[in-house]
Design a protein around this ligand. Structure first.
Ligand code: ADP
Ligand code: TRP
Length: 322
């Protein structure tokens, strides 16, 4: 199966991004043909400082490779390095009903707050559709929040195909069971918009300090506690082995422990988990030519595929002779 997903370079990646998205990309690369890209065109709808955007794109590439995305198995590239996607986006836009896009949450959320949205944000799901359709993708691993956009993609593909003939491969959203909804330091969903993140590559000492400041309830120490409803436990189980999880579960159910102790365990277990990626990242960072080469080979491979899909679409709608 061809598996495709994109991630926006709009900030440094956090634990939620890893366990909710990036880890699935890496798992899929073993048995499938993975296409993963850094969605810099999408990021332009929020980041308008050129240096900041460049920095996030570079960080995203280093982070993904350090976390285990393997360019020998999967294709990693930057979205804007495949201009065919923007060309395909136009073809899809000509058939995209306004009403369909008006219902999409990225645009709706912004305008419902009285904020002015630009056309880029409005047509964001069409660009995302072009991303998916350009590579004949079968599966698109995404978080719940993106499922609506995959539905838009399927609608656009279906209507193009019914008008012009079978051009696009119909993609499917893959909500990976077990992909965690990771809580942040305040117990709410971890998100850079809520300022409650724990960064994947934050300086270890800083990270430990942040972990020690995670909010907890104020029940007496001796009370037994339900691990399933506790966000510290939810975070711990992401990194810990089965035995470690069972051991901590038993402690929760028995009571008589302090949250400080759990936080210390969380800091230790996450540190051990993330350490190899930190080492790999430092190595990659000292070899920018290697990273540039990986991205340029990835883009060349992605372009080749996108070019043939674009040609198919252009022929179907009469822009090119068949
Ligand atoms: P943020 O909310 O920090 O802006 P993004 O919206 O850029 O993060 O998310 C990028 C990817 O990471 C998406 O696939 C999203 O579903 C996933 N993701 C983000 N935060 C979490 C979380 N707390 N738990 C699980 N997945 C998450
Ligand atoms: N919109 C997605 C997000 O914010 C990123 C993205 C862009 C994407 N194009 C895509 C994801 C194509 C999957 C497929 O998370």
């Amino acid at each position: 199966m061809r598996v495709l997903s994109g991630i926006q370079p709009t900030g440094r990646f956090h634990w939620g991004n890893y366990f909710g998205a990036i880890k699935q990309y890496i798992d899929f690369q073993e048995a499938h043909d993975g296409y993963y890209f850094i969605a810099d065109l999408h990021a332009l709808t929020t980041i308008r400082d050129p240096l900041v955007l460049r920095g996030y794109v570079k960080d995203a590439a280093l982070d993904l490779l350090a976390l285990g995305l393997d360019p020998e198995r999967a294709t990693l590239f930057v979205q804007s390095d495949v201009p065919e996607v923007s060309q395909l986006c136009w073809l899809l836009m000509t058939g995209a009903p306004l009403g369909l896009l008006e219902r999409c949450h990225a645009y709706k959320d912004k305008t419902s707050k009285g904020l002015r949205a630009d056309v880029g944000l409005f047509t964001y799901p069409v660009l995302m559709s072009a991303d998916i359709l350009a590579y004949d993708s079968n599966w698109v691993p995404v978080g719940e929040d993106q499922v609506q956009h995959i539905e838009v993609c399927r609608d656009l593909a279906r209507s193009f195909n019914s008008h012009y003939g079978e051009v696009f491969t119909m993609p499917e959203a893959k909500i990976v069971p077990g992909a965690a909804k990771v809580p942040g330091t305040d117990g709410e969903k971890m998100s850079k918009s809520y300022n409650n993140t724990l960064g994947l590559f934050e300086e270890p000492k800083e990270l430990r300090k942040k972990i020690m400041r995670i909010s907890t309830d104020s029940r007496p120490m001796e009370d037994a506690k339900d691990p399933e409803t506790d966000h510290l436990f939810q975070l711990y189980r992401l990194f810990a082995s089965t035995e470690q999880i069972e051991e901590l579960r038993a402690i929760y159910l028995k009571g008589g422990f302090g949250y400080g102790e759990v936080k210390k365990r969380l800091a230790d277990v996450s540190d051990t988990y993330l350490q190899p990626a930190r080492v790999r990242r430092a190595e990659l960072e000292s070899n920018p030519a290697l990273v540039a080469d990986i991205l340029s080979k990835g883009a060349a491979k992605a372009r080749e595929r996108a070019r043939s899909v674009l040609l198919r679409a252009e022929r179907a709608c009469g822009l090119k002779a068949t």
